[in-house]
Design a protein around this ligand. Structure first.
Ligand code: HAM
Length: 428
């Protein structure tokens, strides 16, 4: 029986990897420009971290975690998200005692046992940022601006920013009771999930994907009307800062996010054109999380972008596809006895920073030229018996067909110059 990749996972083959590299490079560059530095945490953590951090009543923790016991019977979980691990690392390395705020970004695989469909995988990649140690509302605006800058650097303009404030534990608590009382009489009309969770986590009913749940609770009290004055002021400053930076956003009373740690600002970014899973990113403040995970009472904020959904959005851009990745230089070796000389030349070119390759399957000289063409070579270095004896090389420009002979010692600088002229990235 043929073994396939597990359900909800996929391979990125080299042709697609080019797009990933482009996206990753652009995103890293933009984050660094905003003063963020990269952090890398393990792919698995103690299960308790997510139970405490993300919340036991969330879908992620209650249904979607890849949890297993290791050989010492410890319960470990493949990380379903990156915020709780960052908080753990921030506390573990006592960074709260250093210069604040700490601004981190990460890029890597996350794991959720969800029902796979377009835009939803069991192993997926997130780019995320987390900032610890500042409650400044202008920071909230900066974090959202970073997200938007990333999208525009990638050439994505068709996005919608949804914004809300979910308040602090104090104002939210009073609101929760009101909401529960509103929902209780209609609970029989809710979907199975909401019927179970509305007592513990009534806000989740607001962003249930089930239309019947929405209809059942119409006229529900709105959190925005119950914010305390501090939370309201915080939210107003965030909005004003966004407006000043010409960010168009939609205030969305239903936006509560699916993770328990959020306080105050919560946001999501959607790209409607990419299908049912249109949320390319989401995040918000989590002022209680550091303390919840055993650290001091320090605020935090961040977001994560789903890389697959971003890549889908990139693919659906009109007139797109300038990304392709050929090998700039090919060394055609005219005869088996010159293989060694060919490899030496490759080594020299590679040490000079030039990307190049040769044939390893005994192709004829003609077939090697065809092969070079297939690989997308800009220049082909022809290495024949005569050339080897005279210490010269012939270099053919595959676009113009022009061919010149130069001495072997001049070859590297000549090739570098040619590649630089044609804008090749790997000109050495
Ligand atoms: P999240 O909303 O669960 O937030 O995930 C962020 C993004 O990851 C989503 O908007 C989506 O694009 C992508 N994503 C989530 N699940 C999947 C999946 N199964 N397949 C493909 N893409 C997916 C978080 O994870 C928070 N940690 C974000 C955050 C950081 N909040 C504060 N800091």
């Amino acid at each position: 029986m043929q073994i396939k990749a597990p359900r909800g996972t996929y391979d990125i083959l080299p042709d697609d990897a080019v797009k990933w590299q482009f996206a990753e490079k652009t995103i890293r560059r933009t984050a660094e420009r905003f003063g963020y530095r990269e952090v890398r945490t393990p792919v698995f953590e103690h299960t308790e971290l997510f139970e405490r951090g993300v919340g036991v009543t969330t879908d992620i923790v209650s249904k979607e975690m890849y949890t297993f016991k290791d050989r010492s019977q410890r319960s470990l979980t493949l990380r379903p998200e990156g915020t709780a691990p960052c908080v753990r690392a921030f506390i573990e390395h006592s960074l709260y005692g250093g210069v604040l705020p700490v601004k981190w970004y990460y890029l890597g695989p996350m794991f959720r046992y969800d029902r796979p469909q377009t835009g939803r995988y069991r192993q997926f990649q997130q780019f995320g940022v987390e900032v610890f140690g500042s409650d400044n509302p202008f920071l909230d605006a900066e974090v959202i601006l970073l997200l938007i800058n990333i999208l525009s650097e990638l050439g994505l303009t068709d996005y919608e920013v949804h914004l809300n404030s979910v308040g602090c534990p104090q104002c939210r608590d009073a609101y929760r009771h009101k909401l529960i009382e509103h929902i209780r009489p209609v609970r029989e009309k809710l979907c199975d999930d909401c019927r179970v969770r509305f007592e513990q986590n009534p806000l989740r009913v607001l962003d249930c994907k089930n239309e019947t749940c929405h209809l059942a609770i119409t006229g529900y009290p709105v959190l925005m009307d119950h914010l305390c004055s501090e939370c309201r002021e915080h939210y107003e400053i965030v909005q004003a800062a966004l407006r000043e930076n010409r960010v168009t956003y939609i205030h969305d009373d239903n936006l509560v996010r699916g993770l328990d740690y959020y306080t105050n600002t919560a946001f999501e970014v959607h790209i409607p054109g990419i299908g049912a899973q249109s949320a390319v990113g989401g995040g918000g403040r989590y002022n209680g999380l550091v303390q919840e995970c055993g650290g001091p009472d320090l605020p935090g904020i961040g977001f994560a972008l789903g890389m697959e959904r971003l890549l889908t959005a990139l693919d659906s851009r009109e007139g797109e596809n300038t990304l392709s990745r050929g090998i700039p230089v090919f060394v055609a070796v005219m005869g088996a006895e010159l293989e060694g000389t060919g490899l030496k030349l490759l080594q020299e070119l590679r040490q000079a920073g030039i990307e190049c390759d040769k044939d390893y399957n005994q192709r004829s000289p003609r077939a090697q030229l065809k092969y070079a063409d297939k690989l997308g070579a800009r220049l082909v270095v022809l290495l024949g018996e005569e050339e080897a004896q005279k210490g010269i090389l012939s270099i053919r420009d595959m676009q113009s067909g022009e061919q010149i002979s130069i001495t072997a010692t001049e070859a590297v600088s000549f090739i570098q110059k040619k590649l630089a002229e044609s804008g090749e990235e790997n000109a050495g």
